[in-house]
Ligand binder design. Structure first.
Ligand code: CP
Ligand code: NVA
Length: 299
């Protein structure tokens, strides 16, 4: 059987996402006791910082009976210019799966093309599919499903926004994004989503938040954009998820943030610490959904 990668949200079909969520929830409840990764190793290549992704993949592999290797790209030969295609072929002879977090999405595609073991995208500048799997699972747990839900994305049209667009297109829920001009999501990803589901982009956070079931946001300057931080603070003024914006959503709405968060910038302390916030359940779900993914791709 051909190896399967998970580079973008749409690398799974809708039935496969539903199966993955069912498995993740079985794992979360403690009913699942198998160890499909026994004797197997996941290599984790990081070119950017991480708390959640690193720890949840490492712990997840361990709980499934396997082993995980943390490989900072600064310390392996990739950091000295060894080609990705060579790294892919070498790692494939030692390990059973590769998780990578890096800058250019094309680098992850190249790794996947040359690797003979499954490759999982742990975040690129363009996508963050594992996070959005955890986010949609959190929505499903909260509301008993994601069908018919309205999700509002407030702020930067970044990797998270792009993966939310892919998720909305694949799973068929509604997505409204409020982004300042010049900070919209990827054009092609948006156009693909727009023909499959209700997806709109506005410059008005209030319009996006109106009647929403979920309000989600992320930092204004992502990893690699540190030099633009001041300029971005000006551009995103007014794109703050505060109590006033939350009041536009349904009273039952939840607040999501992939973390790390900047209180007082994209989100007010009263919201992230408030009763509608599900950010820690969301972070926990990284572990369960990624274990399901590891078992599915590497088991
Ligand atoms: N949300 C997320 O991916 O967190 P880390 O950067 O800590 O992995
Ligand atoms: N958009 C953020 C997500 C961090 C988990 C970044 O890329 O830095």
């Amino acid at each position: 059987m051909a190896k399967r990668d998970y580079l973008v949200f749409t690398d799974l079909t809708k039935p496969q996402v539903d199966d993955l969520f069912a498995l993740a929830l079985r794992m979360k409840s403690g009913q699942y006791r198998e160890r499909p990764l026994t004797g197997k190793t996941l290599a984790m290549v990081f070119a950017k910082s991480s708390t959640r992704t690193r720890v949840s993949f490492e712990v997840g592999a361990h709980q499934l009976g396997g082993n995980a290797l943390f490989l900072s790209s600064r310390d392996i030969q990739i950091g000295r210019g060894e080609p990705i295609r060579d790294t892919a072929r070498v790692l494939s002879r030692y390990v059973d799966g590769i998780m990578i977090r890096t800058f250019a999405h094309a680098d992850v595609e190249e790794l996947a093309r040359f690797a003979t073991v499954p490759v999982i995208n742990g975040l690129t500048d363009l996508h963050h599919p594992c996070q959005v799997l955890a986010d949609v699972l959190t929505v499903q747990e909260q509301f008993g499903g994601y069908a018919g839900k309205r999700v509002a994305w407030i702020g930067d049209g970044n990797n998270m926004a792009n993966s939310w667009l892919d998720a909305a297109a694949l799973l068929g829920f509604e997505l409204r994004l409020a982004c300042p001009e010049g900070y919209e999501p990827d054009h092609d990803i948006y156009e693909r989503a727009r023909v499959r589901t209700t997806a709109l982009i506005t410059e008005e956070p209030e319009e996006a938040a109106e009647g929403a079931d979920v309000i989600a946001t992320d930092v204004w300057a992502s990893m690699g954009q540190e030099a633009e931080a001041e300029e971005r603070k000006l551009a995103f003024k007014g794109y703050v998820v505060d109590r006033e914006l939350m009041s536009r959503a349904k009273p039952t709405a939840i607040f999501l943030h992939c973390l790390p968060a900047h209180r007082g910038e994209e989100v007010a302390d009263e919201v992230i610490e408030g009763p509608q916030s599900r950010v820690f359940a969301e972070a926990e779900n990284r572990l369960h959904v990624q274990k399901a993914l590891l078992a599915t791709l590497m088991g």
